[in-house]
Each structure stands twice: as C-alpha cells, then as structure tokens.
Ligand binder design. Sequence first.
Ligand code: ATP
Length: 236
Amino acid sequence: MALLELNDVSVHYGRIQAIHDMTIHVDQGEIVSLIGANGAGKTTTMRAIAGLLGLSHGSIMFDGEDISSTKAHLRVVRGVSLTPEGRGIFPSMTVMENLDMGAFARKDKSGMAEDFERVFDLFPRLKERQKQHGGTMSGGEQQMLAIGRALMGHPKLLLLDEPSMGLAPQFIRQIFRIIKEVNDQGTTVLLVEQNANQALKLANRAYVLETGHITREGSGTELASDDAVRAAYLGA
Ligand code: ATP
C-alpha cells in the first residue's frame, strides 16, 4: 500500500518551475531513493512533501489522506519527519535539547521514553554526548543528531535529504547502515542522495530526477545496472 503519493506535482519559485508534473510513490515499509545531480530538484521535492513549499499543481497523499494544503507542523503530527540538507540542528542547544525538539508534537511520555532508547541504541555516541552542544559536534555526529531528532517524532515516513553529504567515508558507511536499521524497525524512508552508488544499493526502488523531471524508475539493482544511469551518476 502506498504510504506517500505525489500526483502530477509541480513546484515553482516565482516564475521558475523547479518540479514538473512529478508522480512518485513510496509504499509502506520501503526505502525509496531519489537520485539526481546538483539542482535537479531533490531538496525542493523534500520541502514540498514536508509542507515547507506550496504546490503550484498536483496533490500529495499521505496515509490515505490529501495533505497538499496541510501545514508543515501538522504533517509532522501525522507522521512525516524531514532531516534537512545541511542537518539544521540547533547549535547552541545540547544533544538532549535537540532530541526533545524532535518530540515537540508528542504527549505520550512512555512512547517518547522508548524512542529516546531507540535513538541511543542506534547512536551510542549521542548517549555519551547528551550534554554537549550540537554546534560543537563533528559533521558526522551532527548528522546522527539530525536523524535522531527526526526519529523522536516517531515518524511513519522519514525524509532524508543528502544524509551523506560532507561526511568522511567511515561515517557514510555508518549512516547508510543506520538508515537500513531504522527501516528494518518499521520506518518507511524516502532518501535523496548525490551518492547514487550507496543510495541505489540501499533502496528497494529508486527514481532519477533530471532538471525537475522524473526520467527513470526501477528497483535499486535495475537502475544501478542501467548504462545511462551508470554513465551519469555512478561514474562508470
Ligand atoms: P543540490 O543537490 O545542489 O542541493 P537539488 O537537486 O536539491 O540540488 P534544489 O535545491 O531542489 O536542487 O533546486 C532545484 C532548482 O530550483 C534549482 O535550479 C535551484 O536553483 C532552484 N531553486 C532552489 N531554491 C530556490 C529559491 N529559493 N529561489 C529560486 N530558485 C530556487
């Protein structure tokens, strides 16, 4: 069953059209990757799904309901959490305070306690550094914090915008391993990446986005062995 559906979605910045008639879906339990070059429209797509940008055409269905005009914070309440590109953590707040911010919409104390445990199991480093200010953490640690914060909203759908950007190879491997683990625990994932190699390996299905248009769709393995995709995105 589709958890998320974008139907004929277009997004404009003033007169510039960044997304053209995009139709994609993410099924319950899947990891779906959206790959594309700089400026293809990946971040725009994520911001539109999160409700941070309005649609000029089309609709977004989530969990059986039309959320096209639902405000961003209410999409979080419904189960959509975004880990933005560049992480967007609060630098002057501690790790604990950052994680708390991710749970702003929740009132279920026992569920929150479980999710703190879940986040600390996934990221032991965050458990060790609970009192450290976010801004003094390394790039990889900040990325972990950003994902941890999104998980504190107990999302049905986790939107990850370039989680591997700017990270050292050891952190990149770790982040991808953790995304798989989060998904195994039942969270559906939509992943945007320039690191197409890893993103296709991880994904059940993937889409290729070129200058605002979806140009290809297939299983991760299909796209990873497609000559045009390999030439454009896998450096083959
Ligand atoms: P990158 O990987 O470089 O972040 P991207 O695939 O995420 O790229 P977007 O950031 O979604 O791409 O940008 C898509 C297009 O929309 C680009 O041509 C970009 O210049 C344009 N764009 C993005 N934000 C704005 C804005 N605030 N005003 C005008 N144009 C914008």
